[in-house]
Design a protein around this ligand. Structure first.
Ligand code: ADP
Length: 365
């Protein structure tokens, strides 16, 4: 029995949070942004200058505590958000080289997770989420304990891919229970954040929300946690790669040259934070005609393999552009779980096996 959340009470609770240095309260400061109530979850943003992040962390925590104390609120997620003057997505400042070498660290929720791996792409729409889902299931098929965190805030797709509905349960007033997707523990930013609100979030807010989410999920003991990264290689992605103790990253690319350029950026980004590349996966490699069965390399072929060789990163495989794969993905019946014997199902199993092999190999192996 959950009480409906009173939106006015939410605003009032946030407004009364004091700011540091006698700056008054949050309400009159004009710093409050994007307050949203979705079911028993409340999300909000606090606008800051990038340099104020440390000073405002206690405010963020106080705001979360104030929200959590309201009747009906099961989950409160407050993020610090810094807007850029230009507002342009591609105008991201270059990452600070010195910041990259920070010691690996991770939230306590990941204490029993042996390996966290990222599935990343230089741009959206290349099939990153489809790959992350099927790789996770491939690892699961090997008998491993696997989780998947869908951190793709601009288009969370794990609920659709795994055919999951509803909202995660909250344990001990704070920790979210992942949902079960064909034996994989699944958590999606789409379960807890209003999609329209998320779309307008700026980089730092995205990164703050994801880092919090990562730390507030009851993952339990896992062999591998697969993180479906937000597409692109901006500072939100870089910070995420730095803030989670990643064991490695898988890069997904289509054969088009442009996508490969983006993929190179992805590889460079992980190199900067000393995260090993577990491999490159080409997606939508050849088109297999569902009627005649013949293969057509519509976007060219062999580019990703050659590129992987050139960059000295392992090439994991090429997934065909397949109508069946799209249909089963959209229907929440992922190939790696529902058709493991199919060609594509076996391909994902092989790619998952090589990822696992590399994870277990000593560094540089
Ligand atoms: P991203 O995560 O990179 O944005 P998605 O995994 O969500 O991409 O895929 C985008 C769309 O392309 C989805 O509709 C998905 O079903 C489809 N898709 C992905 N990979 C393939 C493939 N190999 N063949 C056919 N459709 C695919």
């Amino acid at each position: 029995m959950t009480a409906a959340i009173d939106a006015n009470a939410v605003r009032a609770a946030l407004a009364a949070v004091p700011l540091p240095g006698g700056e008054g309260d949050l309400g009159p400061s004009g710093r409050l942004a994007e307050v949203a109530v979705r079911g028993a979850t409340v999300t909000a943003g606090i606008r800051i200058e990038p340099a104020e992040a440390a000073a405002f962390e206690p405010v963020r925590q106080a705001a979360e505590a104030a929200l959590a104390a309201l009747p009906g609120v099961e989950k409160a997620l407050v993020a610090l958000t810094a807007e850029r003057a230009s507002g342009g997505q591609s105008a991201a400042p270059p990452p600070k080289p010195g910041a990259a070498a920070a010691a690996p660290r991770g939230p306590a929720a990941l204490a029993e997770v042996a390996h966290v791996i990222a599935v990343a792409s230089g741009k959206g729409g290349v099939g990153k989420s489809t790959t992350a889902c099927n790789l996770a299931l491939g690892l699961r098929g090997m008998g491993l304990r696997v989780g998947l965190l869908d951190a793709d805030i601009y288009g969370p797709s794990a609920p659709r891919l795994f055919g999951l509905h509803g909202r995660p349960r909250v344990r001990e007033g704070r920790m979210l229970e992942p949902m079960d997707g064909y034996g994989v523990k699944v958590m999606s930013i789409g379960f807890v954040v209003d999609e329209e609100a998320a779309m307008i979030w700026r980089g730092p807010m995205v990164q703050s929300a994801i880092t919090q989410l990562l730390g507030e999920v009851a993952w339990g003991t896992l062999d591998v946690l697969v993180v479906d990264m937000p597409p692109g290689t901006g500072d939100a992605q870089l910070a995420l790669a730095q803030g989670t103790r990643l064991s490695g990253a898988v890069i997904v690319s289509t054969p088009q040259d442009l996508a490969l350029i983006d993929a190179r950026r992805g590889i460079a980004m992980f190199a900067k934070v000393d995260v090993p590349i577990l491999g490159l996966i080409e997606n939508m490699g050849v088109f297999v005609c569902p009627t005649c069965g013949s293969a057509h390399p519509i976007f060219g072929s062999g580019g990703a393999r050659a590129e992987a060789e050139r960059l000295h990163v392992p090439f994991l495989g090429s997934v065909p552009l397949s109508l069946g794969l799209r249909e089963s993905s959209d229907a929440g019946r992922p190939v790696a779980a529902c058709e493991p014997e199919s060609e594509v199902g076996q391909l994902y199993a092989r790619m998952a096996a090589s990822v696992w092999e590399r994870l277990r190999a000593p560094a540089g192996g």
